[in-house]
Design a protein around this ligand. Sequence first.
Ligand code: CO
Length: 173
Amino acid sequence: MEKYEIITHPNPFLRRKAKKVSVFDKDFQDLIEDMFMIMREAPGVGLAAPQIGVSQRVVVVEYADAEVENAKPKAYVLVNPEIVYHSDDTTSDLEGCLSVPGFVGMVERWNEVTVKAQNRFGKSIKIKADGWLARIFQHEMDHLDGVLYIDKATEVYEPSDKEINDIEPEPEN
Ligand code: CO
């Protein structure tokens, strides 16, 4: 039996502000491992703890830069993340969400962000991201405040199968 499952809109749990993480014990490490597993199974490029019913400010991301040929997926764990810098320029692009299955929407996001967070062991980290990675960080961090992309999207619709293939820049196999 799965310990966790992805909860979907309109479950009110997704609207809660998640609690700050202060304990980095074995249970917390297990939670992070479970989150990576669930995200990969889904599959998705990012997952926030509230999406599996856990009120903790933690996000996992695994993403291979689509602009770089043969880029290896890179894993990120952001605990108690905050955006400490963002560019003025923005881009609108299509997003989906594991908690809003079957839909996509056009969302405007900052092109570059710098995120201050803690790593899985509580050490302070700072990560600069741009393009899709910056978009993923912004999307996942919104989940920690109970915000879904459908709140920000200019249009939300059910895409055709072809469009689904074009949305997330999946690494080529
Ligand atoms: Co989401």
